[in-house]
Design a protein around this ligand. Sequence first.
Ligand SMILES: NC(=O)c1ccc[n+]([C@@H]2O[C@H](COP(=O)([O-])OP(=O)(O)OC[C@H]3O[C@@H](n4cnc5c(N)ncnc54)[C@H](OP(=O)(O)O)[C@@H]3O)[C@@H](O)[C@H]2O)c1
Length: 346
Amino acid sequence: MTGSLQTAAIENRISPESIPAVVLPTGARLPKIGLGTFGNDQYGAERIAEAVSYALSIGYRHIDCASVYGNESAIGIALNEAMLDGIRREDLWITSKLWNDKHEEKEIIPACEKSLKDLQLDYLDLYLIHWPFPNFHAKGVDVSSRDPNARPYIHENYMKTWRQLEKLVKMGLVKHIGTSNMTIPKLKLLLRDAEIRPVTNELELHPHFQQPDLFNFLVNNKIVPIGFSPIGSPCRPERDRTPQDTVDIEDPVIVAIAGRHHVHPAVVCIKWAIQRGQIPIPLSVTPSKILANLKATVSAPLSATEMRQIGGIDRNCRLVKGQVFLWKGSRGWEDLWDLDGKITPA
Ligand SMILES: NC(=O)c1ccc[n+]([C@@H]2O[C@H](COP(=O)([O-])OP(=O)(O)OC[C@H]3O[C@@H](n4cnc5c(N)ncnc54)[C@H](OP(=O)(O)O)[C@@H]3O)[C@@H](O)[C@H]2O)c1
């Protein structure tokens, strides 16, 4: 960090103990805000790692990583420096994720070990299966490209992968395990068959995509919802945009509430997420925004009326559709999301 950023960090630091957290059945404390780290294409790994350093210096303790983001080794340097500067490992919450090309039983433990090595850690607080499919695509391909070997969800195979995650817990390499981009029917099968339950599911959640059924299912089953793209991913790459997409931070309800609180609409999205009961993991590489998002967790909450107004926004805008994971014969991206309540077959 530059000298002026270091000075800003000292002036702006919020005590990590004052940041709200979920206390899990293991006794672990999961901070109710994390920093996202998916953004190499726009910002490069070094800039994301700098954002991690700045975030830790002002009081963040939860960082959402993934091997596929391509920046775990840069983030590892930032984490190591933060610990040399006095942040205790046990006060950090570090998530990583198993990428789709590593679902084979023999690949999983080495994949986790690689993330640990890159992140310069002895254990992860949370390891997620990034997507419930072993399907993957070459970096940078168009959303219309298809992997010829792609398959739909096969529960038997998912459980083989899950068993290896359970093994990682038993080996002490991972404290908690969880899922990402799952649906209710898939989670029901996992809950039926898991020896170690998922503590979290990471899913897309923002005011224009509230997923109430899945959100309620998670809460009722004591699975903590971690909400990705909490601001509606306003700077996502062009390939992830469609003409139908709507913009959360331009929504008149959000803009009006932001005006009353004298904050950016993004901050309203963060407050809404935390008060609703999900954990937002906004990405930013801009110190003032990183700070604004952290402050959102400790400043004046939204009123019950404001929460109701946002809850009543009638949009259903999924941004991360996952088209590149579709298999031969599938009809469209909706097939990934089991919209009729049943797992879409081949
Ligand atoms: N599990 C999964 O499959 C999955 C999928 C997608 C994302 N994720 C995770 O979720 C994280 C966040 O999602 P995301 O990056 O798609 O979207 P996001 O957090 O909704 O949006 C990020 C954008 O919002 C801007 N922003 C952040 N705080 C702001 C503020 N206070 N005021 C104004 N603008 C603000 C940032 O601007 P600047 O860049 O200018 O700072 C950044 O461009 C990812 O980084 C990743 O860790 C997980």
